[in-house]
Design a protein around this ligand. Structure first.
Ligand SMILES: *Cc1c(COP(=O)(O)O)cnc(C)c1O
Length: 368
């Protein structure tokens, strides 16, 4: 392997000179934030690209999650997955909400709809599923349960930029969907995020909440936060959007190459082949089971020794962290499939510019 460490992702950056005209516009306008022209253009461009009606930009995905819960006045208990990044449930704690963990489906690693009903109590007000690795949740089954029990559904769609199902954007499901534009995500604005809103009224409320709860010049109607995306980040988004299809195409090729090269290795399983579906290839998770020659952590270490740094997303489970493990729903027996996945998963490097020779060497190391 070369001298440089190979990480699981490398942020995509368009040529720097393409960014200069955007900076010149910002410098000329002297509008740096507070829903300026770049912000407005990016909201429109993202609606067009994603095929959604309303979007509200944020300074990051975590503040967007916090605000999504606040906007819908979610209280009490919210059903969610332990197999995610910790921001998912932190957003609940910040709103004084009790997370209730439900196990995942071991085939999709998403919240298992068949296990949701048993976790519903009179305090339950919403479900917060995650489209893990950008693979769509069983949105119809989840909506059916939500309708039966009068629950809201807020998707943590941080991994799901550009993903579609048979009817269009996956982001149109549920009451709200929340995106992250962090540097490590498929579409990035360095830091950033967004909420997909179903109607104009909800967008206006969310726009107010991300601006301290201000309504007009002289009135404040809620304890809102500063969730605004700056003009600099919005400009980055406008530029990135021009290149995102290219970036996703590159990821798709890497995904197929891994699948070819890793096929038939005993104890190694590639997850959810998107096939012809519009996916984003955000991650390339493999499961390493007991039929493989060494343990998952053994393989993790072996790759690291060769300068390759895969990630064990999501190990440990959120339910294992100190501020969550006392919850009744965090007990191991309640989350068996999630616990198995956390011990088997390894996310391999996938990003535009990852050399084919490196993909082959990684596959060779896994095979040997
Ligand atoms: C990245 C991520 C977030 C948080 O997004 P930030 O923009 O980094 O705040 C939330 N949930 C999931 C599942 C994520 O992967």
């Amino acid at each position: 392997m070369g001298d440089k460490p190979i990480y699981v992702t490398q942020p995509y950056l368009p040529p720097l000179e393409e960014f200069m005209p955007y900076l010149e516009q910002i410098w000329a306008s002297k509008i740096l934030t507070n829903s300026g022209p770049m912000h407005q253009q990016l909201e429109q461009a993202l609606c067009d690209y994603l095929g959604v009606e309303h979007i509200s930009l944020f300074n990051n995905g975590t503040i967007a999650l916090l605000t999504a819960l606040q906007a819908l006045r979610i209280t009490g208990e919210v059903i969610t997955t332990p197999y995610s990044f910790v921001a998912t449930t932190h957003s609940l704690l910040w709103n004084g909400i009790k997370p209730v963990f439900v196990d995942i489906d071991s085939r999709t690693l998403n919240l298992d709809p068949a296990k949701i009903e048993a976790a519903i109590t009179p305090q339950t007000t919403a479900i917060m599923p995650v489209h893990c690795y950008g693979h769509p949740c069983e949105v119809e089954a989840i909506q059916k349960i939500a309708d039966n029990y009068n629950l809201r559904v807020i998707y943590d769609a941080a991994h799901a930029f550009g993903v579609q199902d048979d009817n269009g954007s996956i982001l149109r499901h549920g009451d709200l969907s929340v995106l992250s534009f962090h540097a490590t995500k498929v579409f990035n604005t360095f830091e950033g995020g967004a909420i997909i809103c179903p109607d104009e009224k909800t967008k206006i409320r969310i726009d107010q909440l991300k601006n301290f709860g201000h309504v007009g010049e002289t009135n404040v109607v809620a304890p809102g936060i500063n969730g605004k995306m700056s003009e600099f980040n919005a400009a980055l988004g406008l530029l990135q959007l021009k290149h995102v299809d290219y970036a996703i195409d590159c990821r798709k090729e890497i995904d197929s190459r891994y699948r070819e090269l890793l096929a038939g290795i005993k104890g190694i399983h590639c997850l959810n082949d998107a096939g012809e579906k519009r996916a984003n290839y955000a991650y390339f998770p493999i499961l390493v089971d007991e039929n493989y020659s060494i343990t998952r952590d053994g393989l993790y270490q072996k790759l690291k020794d060769h300068g390759i740094h895969p990630r064990r997303y999501f190990y440990p489970l959120i339910s294992g962290f100190s501020m969550y493990r006392g919850l009744p729903s965090a007990q191991h027996g309640n989350l068996v499939a999630a616990a198995v996945a956390a011990c088997q998963v390894l996310c391999l490097p996938i990003y535009p510019g990852l050399a084919t020779s490196l993909i082959e060497e990684i596959a060779c190391l896994i095979k040997a």
